[in-house]
Write a protein that binds this ligand. Structure first.
Ligand code: ATP
Length: 363
């Protein structure tokens, strides 16, 4: 994919405080790129610099071959959809959506045509004459989206676009957003603190902490191959065993992990040395739990006791206590329908996983 947005060494300082710290990023045309991070990590500040609402302390931003670092917000080929929808309460849907074009002096017939087109796209044609207070939260969100899209920006910036919607509506709107983005081919940059949202929506995700990108990759890459402890813990749940490397082979390593009371094997993509302290991490759904010791030779097999369990309908969560008191989280798909539970509190069990399921965490 040809890179369309180039961000180089971009920083923003507020006095002594560094909100965004030398960020480098390339985004392809038509990507749906998410910036994911906790509160205060600098994601909105980064987005505001792209929109021209914040002046960078250093670094540069280029979009489609033009350096826009010092360009005024209204001259930029970008538009921003804000956290608060910022739609005018006194205007009906069509007038809200056409607002930007009216301000630019576009002819009436042209405005009408483009408003109709975009309302059809966001499935609001029948709500054209309604006022915002006669709409649901999801519909208002789509009005804001239509208003941001009508001027056909090259890049649309979305700050927590779905935060005000309840869970079900948010899930549905996520798919609508993806469809609209796909149809228009506009590059979307979404800021969110919601990891599930970022995983569902994005072509790629940047995980941000303290003004820096910790990892940039596809949803699968950041989930399956987190490069450090922050990313591993921020996205989903993971069991990390601290250990010391004892054997290094071409594609895998062994580490003695006191917390597991065992030597654990993991596929190592990174360079490690014997004696180095690392974390060996495994996601709860990669662990198999059974009452009998599994006879297929899993690479890791440890005995424990069910300390706690939760039934979530489609799956069950277990907290398994090892002999040394360490708790391991296991998530197991409920494939069979049954009124009796497969495991109970206090059951003696085996947990097992393959080396392929474990990742090495260096820092
Ligand atoms: P949230 O999800 O809570 O909105 P965020 O990741 O978007 O968080 P930012 O709004 O980018 O965070 O803020 C990053 C940091 O910069 C915060 O610690 C914030 O207090 C600080 N900050 C933002 N704007 C200013 C400002 N104008 N003056 C001083 N500090 C600021």
């Amino acid at each position: 994919m040809k890179n369309f947005i180039h961000i180089k060494g971009l920083s923003k300082h507020f006095g002594d405080f560094v909100a965004v710290d030398k960020v480098n990023l390339e985004i392809g045309k038509g990507e749906l790129f998410s910036i994911l991070g906790g509160s205060g990590c600098g994601k909105s500040t980064l987005l505001r610099m792209l929109a021209g609402l914040e002046v960078p302390t250093s670094g540069s931003i280029e979009i489609d071959g033009t350096d826009i670092t010092r360009m005024a917000p209204y001259d930029r080929p970008v538009n921003m959809m804000f956290q608060s929808y910022a739609i005018f309460p006194h205007m009906n849907v069509a007038r809200n959506v056409g607002y930007g074009l009216r301000k630019d002096g576009v002819g009436k017939a042209e405005i009408e045509k483009r408003v109709d087109q975009i309302l059809e796209l966001v499935q609001l044609s029948e709500y054209k004459t309604r006022k915002p207070d006669q709409l649901s939260g999801g519909q208002r969100q789509r009005v804001a989206l239509a208003r941001a899209l009508i001027k056909r920006p090259k890049v649309l910036l979305l700050d927590e676009p779905l935060a005000a919607l309840d869970k079900k509506l948010r899930e549905r709107t996520q798919f609508e957003l993806m469809n609209i983005q796909y149809e228009l081919g506009i590059t979307f940059i979404v800021v969110t603190h919601d990891q599930e949202e970022a995983m569902t929506l994005s072509t790629r995700i940047a995980v941000m902490d303290k003004g820096r990108f910790q990892q940039v990759g596809t949803p699968k890459e950041v989930y399956e191959f987190p490069t450090n402890r922050f990313v591993a813990n921020f996205i989903g749940t993971i069991n990390t065993f601290e250990g010391v490397v004892t054997v290094v082979e071409e594609d895998k390593i062994q580490a003695y992990c006191d917390e597991a009371g065992e030597t654990l094997t993991a596929l190592g993509r990174q360079l490690v040395e014997v004696g180095q302290t690392i974390g060996v991490a495994v996601r709860p759904e990669k662990i198999f739990v059974s009452k009998e010791r599994p006879d297929n030779q899993e690479d890791v097999c440890i005995q424990g006791v069910v300390d706690d369990l939760g039934y979530l309908g489609n799956r069950s969560l277990y907290r398994i206590k090892l002999g040394n008191g360490r708790i391991v989280q296991v998530s197991s798909q409920n494939r069979r329908r049954s009124v009796t539970r497969f495991l109970e509190w206090g059951d003696k069990v085996w947990i097992s996983w393959t080396a392929r399921s474990a990742v090495v965490l260096l820092d």
